[in-house]
Ligand binder design. Structure first.
Ligand SMILES: [Zn+2]
Length: 462
């Protein structure tokens, strides 16, 4: 391994000191995770189950909401010895959580706590109490995933984010971690050209950010004849569609490492580069996959995700229905040799669903999978305000002709969008949400599989 450049080494040392003083313990945790990721799965599971027992005991002892929920379900602490016992406990929905905020859902940790709010880009913000120890945990898990991409702590990277007002703390972090921050609000060609110039001028080989932002950057790079390979791209926050990955990997001659976390303070899983699956951060979180009736789905089937954070923190999260979908891998192992469990796939927001009057559910991949074959369409969005119809907004691109909308509608119909009116509107632009994310589907109807209102923020930005 190449030695770290002098500035990076110094930055790491200063960061580690700040880390100790602030009580985050992020680097100590990262060092632990670097070792634990190679443990045998059996040992990881034993430690995971021990953490689970501790977490639910603390939650029951300190948090009125859990005492109520567990008592109502008739479950005692001794009933839950391992992850396999979790289905005995009730799910924690956002509605229940909200009903108990702020005090009924939180506990004192002996540390200063603050309110951490998800951006609420698709609904009301959700604000939970958090302390720096919890932040240190999820940040360490994110850094572990960044390490899998080949990045070294303190190595320069370009980050597309949605916190353009860099406070003092973030500016200091940017300086020490050697982060070049770029706003994901401005993704015009001019801004993308500036970002590309910063990569080139700064000799930066790592880019991090939302898949859509990196996709647009990659498209611009390809147009401009970019020919300096990047070491890796790390993504988070929304769905990494296959054509996003292909475009980013080919434009930058690199590999994309996707990560999955939630803004409520859990870094859940990430890709290691050795397979298509995601390693679950098994000592930080337990992931369950359940069907509409709350029963575990089989390996390979899609289910709603329930997350249990294995660190109580100020707001314990046990069987928390986060609002995303995923597919379990069962006992699959990764060729990289890490013992961490695998998640076969994670799917974007549950709100990205169009329900037809006949009851069919069209997820976002339905639309992207069809629309990506229309090179003449630069961008699209599906809006559903009433059950019987959807509005398809199309942004025409090069080569667009007047008969294309009818072809699109016909393709959608032949693939399953039947029994629903499809109106088409041609627009110049589709603005991102206030959270800076792109939404392919905007529905005003009740969600068939629960709601999500929390954007997944990058762990280091939370
Ligand atoms: Zn692996």
């Amino acid at each position: 391994m190449k030695a770290l450049p002098g500035r990076a080494r110094l930055g790491s040392a200063v960061l580690a000191t700040g880390d100790r003083l602030s009580g985050q313990g992020m680097f100590a945790r990262l060092r632990f995770l670097e070792r634990a990721q190679w443990w045998e799965r059996e040992r990881l599971h034993a430690e995971r189950d021990r953490l689970l027992r501790d977490t639910i005991a603390v939650a029951y002892r300190d948090v009125p909401m859990y005492r109520e929920l567990f008592d109502a379900a008739g479950v005692t602490l001794s009933d839950v010895r391992s992850a396999a016992d979790l289905p005995k406990l009730p799910q924690l929905t956002k509605e229940v959580l909200r009903a108990h905020l702020p005090h009924g859902a939180a506990r004192r940790t002996g540390r200063r706590t603050y309110e951490a709010c998800s951006s609420g880009s698709t609904g009301r913000p959700l604000c939970l109490r958090e302390d720096l120890l919890t932040a240190g945990r999820y940040r360490a898990a994110f850094l572990l995933a960044a390490r899998w991409s080949g990045w070294r702590v303190g190595e320069r990277h370009l980050l597309f984010g949605v916190n353009p007002g860099r406070g003092q703390g973030r500016r200091l972090k940017d300086a020490l971690l050697r982060c070049t921050y770029v706003s994901a609000y401005d993704l015009t060609d001019a801004a993308l050209d500036r970002a590309l110039a910063r990569l080139e001028d700064g000799g930066i080989a790592h880019v991090w950010g939302y898949p859509a932002a990196l996709y647009l950057l990659a498209r611009r790079a390809a147009q401009q004849g970019w020919n300096a390979p990047l070491a890796a791209a790390v993504t988070w926050g929304d769905t990494l569609f296959p054509h996003f990955r292909r475009t980013i990997e080919s434009a930058f001659q690199t590999t994309v490492f996707d990560t999955y976390g939630c803004a409520e303070g859990i870094q859940v899983a990430a890709q290691c580069g050795h397979g298509p699956g995601y390693h679950v951060h098994s000592l930080d979180t337990i992931v369950e996959y359940v069907d509409d009736r709350g029963r575990p789905v089989r390996a390979g089937e899609r289910g709603a995700l329930l997350l249990t954070r294995l660190h109580a923190g100020a707001t314990p999260l046990i069987r928390y229905r986060v609002g995303d979908l995923g597919r379990p891998s069962g006992d699959a192992v990764c060729p990289c040799g890490r013992g961490l469990d695998l998640m076969a796939a994670v799917y974007g927001r549950e709100t990205d669903v169009v329900v037809t009057p006949s009851g069919n559910r069209l997820i976002v991949h339905f639309f992207t999978g069809i629309l990506e074959y229309f090179a003449e369409i630069a961008s699209f969005q599906v809006v559903q305000d009433e059950p019987e119809s959807i509005l398809l907004r199309l942004v025409p691109g090069p080569g667009f002709t007047p008969e294309i909308p009818a072809r699109v509608v016909s393709e959608l119909r032949s693939h399953g969008a039947t029994g629903i009116d499809i109106d088409v509107e041609l627009v110049d632009d589709i603005p991102p949400t206030p959270g800076g994310k792109r939404r392919f589907i905007v529905s005003a109807l009740p969600n068939p599989v629960g709601t999500i209102d929390a954007a997944t923020e990058p762990a280091l930005e939370g």
